[in-house]
Ligand binder design. Structure first.
Ligand code: SAM
Length: 351
């Protein structure tokens, strides 16, 4: 699925420079060829998931990645320490479903206690969150993105093909009422599936300090659901929001939140995450690492570099660093010409 080395040109030197912060402290900054600062890494800790969202994962997704090909706790620790030395400040654990990993609390604790890492967050479907929530908070977790596409039990089953709504909804309620973490909801909008729930999600922002992230479907499924008329573009989502809420005002959001808004008097905010339309590349600060140790500098490129052999052989740090630097140097200016149409799901890449 991934090609690793044969295509690699001699990577141009990327910029790994020391900058002086206002504090006077010297800090490493990692920049790519287009002067984007790369300070964020999404680490997928498993490709396995306990839901089967119809737009993401097939009911039987083929042969699962064998356990011995997934990065181990110590390997992820090595990687996080190196990434932090190279200038990464934010780590997000994702998957698959990251809470299926028995060491997820340890991983959060490791990341949080790594010098240089400022924020550690998690993207989860929430099904297993109740059991781990307190431990995750104690380990220093800063934020949770809860993926929940619907507030309706029957629809939840239709979308995820698993009867887990009660657990997820219960978790949603406690997250909304918790002031311990930054909470965002990932809502993938599909026309005629959950597009009539926009108002219900928007209503949550009036009461709670939550960010609702309406997401555009990525064209990453071999069944090509995005061709079936269900696709709702970021522009269409924006038009519907403004038609319903003319008083929305623009606010600043994270790099992925291309459009961010707030309603007057609200506690939370709204964001639209363009995906297929790919108009956010100029603000991309991300690297992705798959659970089997491949580093990807762009979601839309199938090119990746394999870190696992060097992690496993405990190779010298400079060897791993060279691979990461090469990946950064290959980061394209724009994902528009990328080609990730090989049927890789977000669950495999790390959503
Ligand atoms: N299991 C975790 C979860 O559900 O949040 C993390 C992995 S999941 C792949 C991360 C996010 O990717 C979810 O919010 C999901 O809706 C989104 N996702 C999956 N397939 C997608 C697609 N084809 N287009 C856009 N988003 C997608």
């Amino acid at each position: 699925m991934f090609s690793t080395s044969e295509y690699l040109p001699d990577a141009p030197e990327i910029n790994l420079r020391k900058s002086m912060q206002q504090t006077g402290e010297a800090r490493t900054v990692l920049t790519d060829r287009f002067q984007r600062t790369i300070d964020y890494t999404r680490i997928s800790v498993t490709s396995d998931c306990n839901l089967r969202c119809f737009y993401c994962k097939r009911e039987s997704p083929g042969i699962p990645t064998p356990d011995d090909q997934q990065m181990k706790t110590g390997e992820i620790k090595t990687l996080i320490e190196l990434l932090a030395e190279m200038g990464i400040r934010k780590i997000r654990f994702t998957g698959g479903e990251p809470l299926l990993r028995p060491d997820i609390v340890d991983l959060v604790q490791i990341a949080k206690s790594t010098t240089g890492i400022e924020t550690v967050s998690l993207t989860t479907n929430g099904t297993l969150l109740e059991k781990h929530f307190e431990a995750l908070v104690s380990a220093g977790l800063d934020g949770i993105n809860l993926s929940i596409d619907t507030l309706n039990k029957q629809r939840f089953f239709a979308i995820t093909r698993r009867d887990k709504f009660i657990a997820v909804h219960k978790m949603l309620k406690s997250l909304l009422n918790s002031s311990l973490l930054t909470i965002k909801l990932n809502v993938l909008l599909l026309r005629g599936i959950n597009s009539d729930e926009i108002k219900e999600f928007v209503a949550l922002t009036m009461r709670y300090p939550v960010t609702i992230r309406f997401m555009e479907l990525q064209p990453f499924d071999d069944r090509q659901i995005w061709r079936t008329g269900r696709f709702m573009s970021a522009e269409k989502i924006r038009a519907e929001l403004f038609a319903a809420y003319p008083a929305l005002s623009e606010v600043s959001g994270s790099a992925t939140e291309f459009f961010s808004y707030r309603l007057p008097g609200s506690s939370g905010s709204l964001a639209i995450i363009p995906a297929y339309t790919r108009n956010f590349c100029s603000k991309c600060t991300r690297l992705r690492i798959t659970s089997d140790g491949k580093v990807l500098s762009c979601l839309y490129h199938t090119q990746s570099l394999d870190l696992l052999p060097d992690l496993r052989n405990r190779s010298a740090k400079h060897q791993l660093e060279a691979i990461i630097r090469k990946a950064v140097s290959l980061k394209p200016e724009n994902g528009k010409h990328g080609n990730n149409a090989k049927g890789m799901s977000m669950s495999e890449i790390g959503g």
